[in-house]
Design a protein around this ligand. Structure first.
Ligand code: R5P
Length: 266
Protein backbone atom coordinates (compact mmCIF):
# COMPACT_ATOMS: atom_id res chain seq x y z
CA UNK A 1 0.00 0.00 0.00
CA UNK A 2 1.32 3.46 -0.89
CA UNK A 3 2.46 5.82 1.86
CA UNK A 4 -0.35 8.30 1.15
CA UNK A 5 -3.04 5.64 1.31
CA UNK A 6 -1.61 4.27 4.56
CA UNK A 7 -1.30 7.72 6.05
CA UNK A 8 -4.89 8.66 5.22
CA UNK A 9 -6.23 5.38 6.59
CA UNK A 10 -4.26 5.87 9.78
CA UNK A 11 -5.86 9.28 10.26
CA UNK A 12 -9.21 7.47 10.32
CA UNK A 13 -8.48 4.12 11.94
CA UNK A 14 -6.78 4.65 15.27
CA UNK A 15 -3.68 2.78 16.53
CA UNK A 16 -5.93 0.29 18.37
CA UNK A 17 -7.41 -0.65 14.98
CA UNK A 18 -10.79 0.92 15.79
CA UNK A 19 -12.73 4.02 14.86
CA UNK A 20 -15.70 6.23 15.64
CA UNK A 21 -16.82 8.10 12.55
CA UNK A 22 -19.50 10.76 12.97
CA UNK A 23 -21.71 11.11 9.86
CA UNK A 24 -23.64 14.32 9.27
CA UNK A 25 -24.24 13.81 5.56
CA UNK A 26 -27.96 13.05 5.89
CA UNK A 27 -29.06 16.33 4.33
CA UNK A 28 -27.70 15.32 0.93
CA UNK A 29 -31.00 13.59 0.24
CA UNK A 30 -33.11 14.24 3.37
CA UNK A 31 -32.74 18.01 3.62
CA UNK A 32 -32.56 19.64 7.07
CA UNK A 33 -32.87 16.44 9.10
CA UNK A 34 -34.12 16.73 12.71
CA UNK A 35 -31.33 18.07 14.97
CA UNK A 36 -29.12 18.61 11.94
CA UNK A 37 -30.77 21.85 10.87
CA UNK A 38 -27.58 23.67 11.87
CA UNK A 39 -24.85 21.05 11.47
CA UNK A 40 -22.06 23.23 12.86
CA UNK A 41 -23.92 23.67 16.17
CA UNK A 42 -24.89 19.99 16.33
CA UNK A 43 -21.37 18.69 16.02
CA UNK A 44 -19.55 21.24 18.15
CA UNK A 45 -19.96 19.46 21.53
CA UNK A 46 -19.54 15.91 20.18
CA UNK A 47 -16.67 16.45 17.75
CA UNK A 48 -13.97 15.85 20.40
CA UNK A 49 -15.19 12.26 20.78
CA UNK A 50 -15.16 11.42 17.06
CA UNK A 51 -12.18 10.12 15.09
CA UNK A 52 -13.51 11.58 11.81
CA UNK A 53 -16.55 13.32 10.38
CA UNK A 54 -18.44 12.25 7.27
CA UNK A 55 -20.20 14.96 5.30
CA UNK A 56 -20.69 16.67 1.96
CA UNK A 57 -18.50 19.45 0.60
CA UNK A 58 -21.28 22.03 1.04
CA UNK A 59 -21.67 21.44 4.77
CA UNK A 60 -17.92 21.12 5.24
CA UNK A 61 -17.29 24.51 3.65
CA UNK A 62 -20.15 26.37 5.26
CA UNK A 63 -20.42 24.82 8.74
CA UNK A 64 -17.05 23.41 9.79
CA UNK A 65 -14.12 25.51 10.99
CA UNK A 66 -11.05 24.33 9.04
CA UNK A 67 -8.86 25.20 12.02
CA UNK A 68 -10.81 23.11 14.52
CA UNK A 69 -11.90 19.86 13.02
CA UNK A 70 -11.23 16.16 12.58
CA UNK A 71 -10.23 14.08 9.56
CA UNK A 72 -12.86 14.32 6.83
CA UNK A 73 -14.64 11.52 4.99
CA UNK A 74 -16.20 13.34 2.07
CA UNK A 75 -19.51 12.06 0.73
CA UNK A 76 -19.18 12.31 -3.03
CA UNK A 77 -22.38 10.65 -4.25
CA UNK A 78 -25.92 12.00 -4.45
CA UNK A 79 -28.33 13.56 -6.91
CA UNK A 80 -31.51 12.17 -5.33
CA UNK A 81 -34.01 13.34 -2.71
CA UNK A 82 -36.71 12.11 -0.36
CA UNK A 83 -39.20 13.87 -2.63
CA UNK A 84 -38.71 10.92 -5.01
CA UNK A 85 -38.24 8.08 -2.55
CA UNK A 86 -38.64 5.46 -5.24
CA UNK A 87 -35.53 6.81 -6.98
CA UNK A 88 -33.10 6.96 -4.07
CA UNK A 89 -30.89 4.42 -5.82
CA UNK A 90 -30.35 6.79 -8.75
CA UNK A 91 -27.15 8.29 -7.34
CA UNK A 92 -24.26 9.61 -9.35
CA UNK A 93 -20.89 11.01 -8.35
CA UNK A 94 -21.38 14.64 -7.32
CA UNK A 95 -17.91 15.72 -6.26
CA UNK A 96 -14.63 15.36 -8.10
CA UNK A 97 -11.51 13.76 -6.71
CA UNK A 98 -9.71 17.05 -7.36
CA UNK A 99 -12.20 18.73 -5.02
CA UNK A 100 -11.66 16.01 -2.40
CA UNK A 101 -7.93 16.71 -2.55
CA UNK A 102 -8.51 20.49 -2.33
CA UNK A 103 -10.66 19.91 0.77
CA UNK A 104 -7.92 17.74 2.28
CA UNK A 105 -10.26 14.76 2.64
CA UNK A 106 -8.80 11.68 4.31
CA UNK A 107 -11.27 9.48 2.41
CA UNK A 108 -14.28 9.72 0.13
CA UNK A 109 -17.53 7.87 0.50
CA UNK A 110 -20.39 6.88 -1.78
CA UNK A 111 -23.44 4.62 -1.76
CA UNK A 112 -24.08 1.40 -3.61
CA UNK A 113 -27.58 -0.02 -3.86
CA UNK A 114 -27.18 -3.77 -4.31
CA UNK A 115 -30.39 -5.45 -5.45
CA UNK A 116 -32.04 -2.22 -6.56
CA UNK A 117 -33.06 -1.27 -10.07
CA UNK A 118 -29.92 0.81 -10.46
CA UNK A 119 -27.54 -1.65 -8.85
CA UNK A 120 -25.36 -1.73 -11.98
CA UNK A 121 -25.04 2.03 -12.20
CA UNK A 122 -24.06 2.40 -8.53
CA UNK A 123 -21.55 -0.46 -8.70
CA UNK A 124 -19.89 1.14 -11.72
CA UNK A 125 -19.88 4.45 -9.85
CA UNK A 126 -17.92 2.72 -7.10
CA UNK A 127 -15.52 1.05 -9.52
CA UNK A 128 -14.81 4.29 -11.36
CA UNK A 129 -14.34 6.21 -8.13
CA UNK A 130 -11.90 3.58 -6.83
CA UNK A 131 -9.97 3.72 -10.13
CA UNK A 132 -9.52 7.45 -9.75
CA UNK A 133 -8.94 7.60 -6.00
CA UNK A 134 -6.31 4.88 -5.99
CA UNK A 135 -4.25 7.10 -8.33
CA UNK A 136 -4.02 9.66 -5.54
CA UNK A 137 -3.87 7.36 -2.52
CA UNK A 138 -7.36 8.26 -1.33
CA UNK A 139 -9.34 5.49 0.38
CA UNK A 140 -12.94 4.93 -0.71
CA UNK A 141 -15.49 3.97 1.91
CA UNK A 142 -18.46 2.24 0.28
CA UNK A 143 -21.85 2.65 1.92
CA UNK A 144 -24.17 -0.34 1.46
CA UNK A 145 -27.35 1.69 1.19
CA UNK A 146 -30.90 0.34 1.33
CA UNK A 147 -32.85 3.56 0.77
CA UNK A 148 -36.20 3.24 2.52
CA UNK A 149 -36.11 -0.58 2.45
CA UNK A 150 -34.78 -0.98 5.99
CA UNK A 151 -36.11 -4.55 6.12
CA UNK A 152 -33.35 -5.58 3.73
CA UNK A 153 -30.82 -5.47 6.57
CA UNK A 154 -30.31 -9.21 7.13
CA UNK A 155 -27.02 -11.08 7.10
CA UNK A 156 -27.50 -12.64 3.69
CA UNK A 157 -28.13 -9.30 2.00
CA UNK A 158 -25.47 -7.41 3.94
CA UNK A 159 -22.85 -10.09 3.25
CA UNK A 160 -23.61 -9.85 -0.47
CA UNK A 161 -23.41 -6.06 -0.56
CA UNK A 162 -20.26 -5.82 1.61
CA UNK A 163 -18.39 -8.46 -0.36
CA UNK A 164 -19.21 -6.79 -3.67
CA UNK A 165 -18.03 -3.42 -2.31
CA UNK A 166 -14.73 -4.98 -1.25
CA UNK A 167 -14.33 -6.83 -4.55
CA UNK A 168 -14.72 -3.56 -6.44
CA UNK A 169 -11.95 -1.97 -4.37
CA UNK A 170 -13.48 -0.16 -1.38
CA UNK A 171 -10.88 0.19 1.38
CA UNK A 172 -13.56 0.37 4.10
CA UNK A 173 -17.21 -0.72 3.98
CA UNK A 174 -19.99 0.91 5.95
CA UNK A 175 -22.95 -1.35 6.49
CA UNK A 176 -25.70 -2.08 8.99
CA UNK A 177 -25.56 -4.32 12.03
CA UNK A 178 -27.79 -7.38 12.17
CA UNK A 179 -28.24 -9.48 15.28
CA UNK A 180 -28.17 -12.83 13.52
CA UNK A 181 -25.21 -13.76 11.38
CA UNK A 182 -23.26 -10.51 11.54
CA UNK A 183 -20.05 -12.54 11.95
CA UNK A 184 -20.72 -14.02 8.48
CA UNK A 185 -20.99 -10.52 7.03
CA UNK A 186 -17.58 -9.67 8.48
CA UNK A 187 -15.98 -12.99 7.54
CA UNK A 188 -16.99 -12.60 3.90
CA UNK A 189 -15.63 -9.08 3.60
CA UNK A 190 -11.83 -8.81 3.36
CA UNK A 191 -11.71 -5.10 4.23
CA UNK A 192 -12.66 -3.38 7.50
CA UNK A 193 -16.36 -2.92 8.26
CA UNK A 194 -17.98 -0.10 10.24
CA UNK A 195 -21.65 -0.04 11.17
CA UNK A 196 -24.24 2.70 10.81
CA UNK A 197 -27.02 3.14 13.32
CA UNK A 198 -30.03 3.88 11.12
CA UNK A 199 -33.06 5.78 12.45
CA UNK A 200 -32.96 6.75 16.13
CA UNK A 201 -34.19 4.05 18.51
CA UNK A 202 -35.75 4.65 21.94
CA UNK A 203 -33.24 2.90 24.16
CA UNK A 204 -29.60 3.86 24.38
CA UNK A 205 -28.78 0.40 25.74
CA UNK A 206 -29.98 -1.06 22.45
CA UNK A 207 -27.40 1.05 20.62
CA UNK A 208 -24.64 0.06 23.08
CA UNK A 209 -25.57 -3.61 22.56
CA UNK A 210 -25.36 -3.29 18.75
CA UNK A 211 -22.01 -1.57 18.85
CA UNK A 212 -20.54 -3.99 21.37
CA UNK A 213 -21.80 -7.08 19.55
CA UNK A 214 -20.66 -5.79 16.15
CA UNK A 215 -17.15 -5.24 17.54
CA UNK A 216 -17.09 -8.72 19.13
CA UNK A 217 -18.01 -10.11 15.72
CA UNK A 218 -15.24 -8.27 13.90
CA UNK A 219 -16.41 -4.76 12.95
CA UNK A 220 -13.72 -2.13 13.57
CA UNK A 221 -16.06 0.64 14.65
CA UNK A 222 -19.01 2.77 13.71
CA UNK A 223 -20.17 5.45 11.33
CA UNK A 224 -23.06 6.36 13.55
CA UNK A 225 -25.08 9.55 13.38
CA UNK A 226 -28.72 9.85 14.39
CA UNK A 227 -28.44 7.67 17.48
CA UNK A 228 -25.83 10.13 18.75
CA UNK A 229 -26.87 13.59 17.60
CA UNK A 230 -30.65 13.11 17.64
CA UNK A 231 -30.42 11.95 21.25
CA UNK A 232 -31.30 14.44 24.02
CA UNK A 233 -27.86 13.73 25.50
CA UNK A 234 -25.55 13.54 22.48
CA UNK A 235 -22.31 14.02 24.42
CA UNK A 236 -23.22 11.21 26.82
CA UNK A 237 -24.00 8.96 23.85
CA UNK A 238 -20.75 9.83 22.09
CA UNK A 239 -18.65 9.25 25.21
CA UNK A 240 -20.35 5.96 26.03
CA UNK A 241 -19.98 4.64 22.47
CA UNK A 242 -16.38 5.80 22.38
CA UNK A 243 -15.72 3.82 25.56
CA UNK A 244 -17.08 0.64 23.92
CA UNK A 245 -14.94 1.20 20.84
CA UNK A 246 -11.67 2.39 22.32
CA UNK A 247 -11.76 1.15 25.92
CA UNK A 248 -13.52 -2.18 25.44
CA UNK A 249 -16.37 -1.10 27.73
CA UNK A 250 -19.32 -3.49 27.93
CA UNK A 251 -22.85 -2.23 27.19
CA UNK A 252 -23.48 -2.12 30.95
CA UNK A 253 -20.37 -0.03 31.53
CA UNK A 254 -21.34 2.23 28.63
CA UNK A 255 -24.78 2.69 30.18
CA UNK A 256 -23.14 3.67 33.47
CA UNK A 257 -21.00 6.27 31.65
CA UNK A 258 -24.12 7.57 29.91
CA UNK A 259 -26.15 7.72 33.15
CA UNK A 260 -23.41 9.55 35.02
CA UNK A 261 -23.10 12.26 32.36
CA UNK A 262 -26.87 12.54 32.02
CA UNK A 263 -27.43 12.96 35.75
CA UNK A 264 -24.63 15.53 36.00
CA UNK A 265 -26.36 17.51 33.21
CA UNK A 266 -29.89 17.25 34.60
C1 R5P B 1 -27.15 8.13 5.26
O1 R5P B 1 -27.90 9.06 5.24
C2 R5P B 1 -25.77 8.30 5.51
O2 R5P B 1 -24.92 7.59 4.67
C3 R5P B 1 -25.32 8.12 6.93
O3 R5P B 1 -23.99 8.51 6.96
C4 R5P B 1 -25.43 6.73 7.51
O4 R5P B 1 -26.69 6.19 7.35
C5 R5P B 1 -25.02 6.68 8.98
O5 R5P B 1 -25.82 7.46 9.78
P1 R5P B 1 -26.93 6.87 10.78
O6 R5P B 1 -26.18 6.23 11.93
O7 R5P B 1 -27.72 8.06 11.20
O8 R5P B 1 -27.73 5.87 10.02
Amino acid sequence: MDWGMKNRLSQLIQPDGRCLFLPIDHGYFQGPTTKLEEPGKTIEPILPYADAIMLTRGILRSCVDPAKTKPVILRVSGGTSMARKEELDHEGITTSVREAIRLNASAVSMSIFVGSEREHQTLLNLSNLVNECEEYGIPVMAVTAVGTELGKRDARYLALACRIAAELGARVVKTYYCEEGFEKVVRGCPVPIVIAGGPKVDSELEVFNWVYDALQKGAIGVNLGRNIWQHDYPVAMAKAIRAIIHENATPKEAQAIFDKIKSAKS
